[in-house]
Design a protein around this ligand. Structure first.
Ligand code: TRP
Ligand code: ZN
Length: 876
């Protein structure tokens, strides 16, 4: 393994944490902004930790040092050393002021970290991205989250080229300068770590709204975007207002500056960024209009707007001591966003979406070579740890704690957490201590969840004693080994449960309650329920009360009962998933068709009844995806899984019947329009599912309906659903529809991304040639992360039967692109490389092809980001 950096990267360890020897109390920054070159003047007011003797060392990467002075005295060679990525300065003392001037090159920055250019040289704008360690690409600073400073930022630039100048904090003056230049200043009264610094400069337009917080502060909300898309910001503005009101109500948290800026960019490595007072969004999660945005994307905009806004408290006012505590802000903020989205929309549907995501993205991570605890013990490149484990599993851990305390207890705990840690850089221990102490409960046992990787298996067995009218529930747990953690401890697992009688009614438990939470905190425990009149069907892990894999030998009839009668919407869906899993296994193993019959007939029955919510019905009719099915197998053959899943769905479609499906489709299609209300969205979701099922039974009819739907669609949801059916089936109408889509949305980057993505999903052998052709499209570029994700990300992660070719060509294509991409943007390359996760469980032929492709990539000169992923991938 070679790594591009001069020093071999040694891992950073949680156990090595030391408080900073030097802090910065204030920082004054002055920018002279230009496209090719920008100068950054900085003035740091330093404070020394009297306990430590270390010399002043600051982080700085790729900075051209133009000037340096300490306490007003210009420094010369010998007074300081700038080597590798560290500046060491002699003679600093407590209270010293260090001044530097550096030059950086925004337009040449393709990594999109630090100060960079979004869009073209003549029309694009400048912006920064600092989390996790981008600030060191802008100026010299102790780039670690436990150094909190007060920022004064002055931006100077040509007025014509950069009419809008923004930084985080409250505005503190602006004016003209000679030579057609101007300036603007911002002061942030709240001490913050440097990863929350941001600036934006360019030709942007705005959408504004006045807001008064619950505690009486007037705030101006401003969303900024390039002129061609400023009309697509209204939905985000409404969502922002909803998020702010919600945080006031649900957590008593108010906004704390006089202005809140939000900016959209098409060039962004991740979803969005919570910079203090100046959130920056990937356009994908901000812009929305009915002609180009699907229903799912509308909900994603609302969720990400909420997520970034909620960070103002969970992340900014209370930040992280070090990057090992990342889930302190991310897990908590994902949880807050999930609560918000559940309140704004349908709570059970939101839970289904989130658990499906956890299973699709986090379970495979936890089961493969990249497995790590929610609080990792070491890393080489922190950007590789913005993972589903830190975010999604982290949120599940907060949910367990919240469930343990109940709504009022959790709120009490959160009030104490925010109050006590305001303005501090905190740890996960601080979080658990505040939640526990506010409630007189010791939550320390839950800390084990943060340190142990792997998804626990929860095995449940029920025994009914008719004579004694007792039901005994035996629960066992075990967690498989993960890299570096061979032995696992039992964890506290809260199991929310109810018991159902044969008539589908809930049986009263001990105190007459219908639902109860038992906590398994040993390897095995038995819970006895008395006065149970019938052998019950247990509804376990209701609402997905813990992030585990439940193994319970239900009879298919028991699952059908839950699917039909459970009062927990999530567990109804879960029963359908479990049945589908069994049915799939029967097809695969040729082991009968009991579950298949029960699954198909029960769903066909529910389909006939009008009572169910359309969206829930659509979800019930969707079996686990190909990635989730592969999770439970060894010697994985993705093309076989694809074929079996198609057969499974065809069986379901046949039980419902082509005529019934077509009739239902016409009913649903009769409601046209682009309304965004929940029933309209639900109707579109079911309509799509019905069309997909029909396509498996009667392709010509479904394709004709899809072609009409495509032409007449009033929403992107309907247009894209129809297009997907045509493309996937390689229908005769597909090429024409793709051409018309391309023409209609030629000028819209986000719509074009979907055009690439829908084709990258072409199943089976045909995918590779299509992806190659699309790579040659003039609109394809490795420089734009969204475009890379749309084509290569969708192919490698969202199309198992297309990517995992037995001849290994899919693997070689990805490996070759990763090497090219790594030279431009290491963060995006490293994230895309995780698509190789799971290669060890492939069947032997593919396994060897994948191993060889990854091993060959590992021989190249790679960034630290990609080297760490590829290296871990090959270990073990
Ligand atoms: N903190 C951001 C969030 O989850 C995510 C983030 C981390 C990010 N690193 C980034 C965004 C780099 C863009 C680029 O809300
Ligand atoms: Zn976040």
């Amino acid at each position: 393994m070679t790594a591009r950096d001069d020093q071999t990267p040694s891992p950073i360890r949680l156990a090595d944490y030391r408080p900073p020897a030097w802090r910065v109390e204030r920082i004054e920054l002055e920018f002279e902004l230009g496209i090719d070159s920008a100068e950054v003047r900085s003035r740091l007011q330093l404070a020394r930790d009297p306990q430590q003797q270390a010399p002043l060392r600051l982080d700085g990467e790729g900075l051209e040092l133009l000037f340096i002075a300490l306490d007003g005295r210009t420094l010369h060679e010998g007074d300081y050393r700038y080597r590798g990525n560290t500046l060491e300065v002699d003679g600093a003392r407590d209270g010293s002021v260090l001044e530097t001037r550096v030059r950086v090159q925004p337009a040449a920055n393709t990594a999109l970290e630090g100060l960079y250019l979004s869009g073209s040289r003549d029309r694009g704008f400048l912006l920064t991205q600092c989390e996790a360690e981008g600030f060191r690409h802008i100026t010299f600073f102790p780039d670690r989250p436990d150094v909190l400073a007060r920022y004064t930022v002055t931006l100077c630039a040509d007025r014509e080229r950069f009419p809008v100048l923004l930084a985080g904090g409250n505005p503190d003056g602006a004016g003209e300068l000679p030579g057609g230049r101007h300036w603007a200043r911002f002061v942030d009264p709240y001490p913050k770590p440097c990863y929350l610094f941001a600036l934006v400069a360019g030709r942007l337009q705005k959408l504004e709204r006045d807001y008064r917080t619950a505690d009486g502060r007037d705030v101006r909300l401003v969303i900024w975007a390039e002129p061609d898309v400023i009309d697509c910001c209204g939905y985000a503005m409404d969502a922002l207002e909803r998020a702010m009101r919600w945080d006031e109500r649900a957590y008593g948290r108010n906004f704390d500056l006089s202005v809140f800026h939000v900016v959209a960019t098409h060039d962004f490595n991740m979803g969005a960024m919570e910079n203090k007072g100046l959130n920056i969004f990937n356009a994908k999660y901000l812009l929305a209009d009915p002609d180009t945005t699907t229903d799912d994307e509308y909900r994603a905009v609302e969720a990400v707007i909420g997520h970034e806004y909620f960070h103002n408290w969970s992340g900014n006012r209370v930040t992280c001591r070090d990057w090992f505590q990342l889930s302190l802000k991310e897990g908590l903020t994902v949880f807050r966003e999930q609560q918000f989205s559940a309140d704004m929309n349908s709570a059970p549907l939101k839970r289904i979406d989130d658990v499906a995501l956890l299973r699709r993205a986090q379970f495979p991570e936890d089961a493969g070579p990249l497995a790590h605890p929610v609080r990792p013990a070491h890393y080489s490149e922190i950007n590789n740890f913005y993972t589903a484990t830190v975010y999604e599993k982290g949120s599940e851990l907060v949910r367990m704690l919240a469930g343990r305390l109940g709504p009022e207890g959790f709120r009490r705990g959160m009030d104490l957490y925010f109050g006590r840690n305001d303005g501090r850089a905190a740890t996960l221990e601080d979080f658990l201590a505040a939640l526990g102490q506010a409630n007189g409960i010791d939550l320390a046992p839950y800390l084990a969840w943060y340190g142990q990787a792997g998804t626990p298996r929860l095995v449940a067995e029920g025994r009914y004693d008719a004579q004694r009218r007792e039901y005994a529930l035996i629960l066992r747990q075990h967690t498989p080994p993960t890299p570096g953690q061979p032995d696992k401890r039992p964890l506290p697992i809260p199991v929310k449960l109810a018991l159902f009688g044969p008539d589908g009614r809930m049986l009263p438990l001990h105190d007459g309650a219908a639902e109860q939470v038992v906590v398994l905190d040993a390897a095995e425990q038995t819970f006895v329920f008395t006065g149970i009149e019938h052998a019950p069907v247990p509804s376990l892990l209701r609402g997905f009360s813990a992030p585990v894999i439940l193994e319970c030998a239900y009879a298919p009839a028991g699952l059908a009962l839950l699917l039909t009668h459970d009062t927990d919407g999530f567990n109804r869906w879960e029963a359908a998933q479990q049945l589908a899993w069994r049915a799939y296994a029967e097809l695969r193993d040729g082991s009968g068709h009991e579950a298949l019959t029960v699954w198909g007939d029960t769903l066909a029955g529910l389909f006939g009844q009008g009572a169910l919510d359309h969206a829930l019905l659509a979800d019930l009719l969707t079996p686990p995806g190909e990635v989730e099915l592969a999770e439970r197998e060894t010697d994985v053959d993705p093309s076989r899984i694809h074929a079996l899943r198609q057969t499974l769905q065809r069986e379901l479609a046949a039980r419902i019947g082509a005529a019934v499906l077509a009739e239902r489709y016409r009913e649903l299609a009769a409601h046209a329009g682009d309304a965004l209300d929940a029933p309209s969205q639900a109707r579109r979701r079911l309509k799509r599912r019905v069309l997909e099922l029909l396509a498996l039974l009667d392709a010509p009819t479904a394709q004709a309906l899809a072609a009409t739907q495509f032409d007449r669609a009033a929403t992107m949801t309907d247009r894209l659903a129809a297009l997907a059916v045509l493309v996937r089936d390689e229908a005769p109408q597909a090429a024409g529809a793709l051409a018309r889509y391309r023409e209609r949305h030629a000028g819209n980057a986000l719509a074009l991304d979907k055009w690439f993505a829908v084709q990258a999903q072409l199943p089976g052998e045909a995918a590779l040639a299509r992806v190659r052709a699309l790579e040659a499209d003039p609109k394809f570029t490795l420089k734009n992360p969204n475009r890379v994700q749309a084509l290569l990300g969708t192919f490698a992660r969202g199309n198992p039967s297309g990517f995992h070719r037995a001849d290994g060509e899919g693997y070689r294509l990805l490996a070759a692109r990763l090497a090219e991409l790594d030279a431009l943007n290491p963060q995006v390359a490293a994230r895309l490389a995780t698509a190789f996760n799971g290669w060890q469980r492939l069947e032997p032929v593919r396994r060897e092809q994948a191993r060889a492709a990854v091993a060959e990539l590992a021989e190249k000169d790679l960034s630290r980001n990609l080297a760490e992923i590829v290296g871990n991938m090959l270990k073990g």
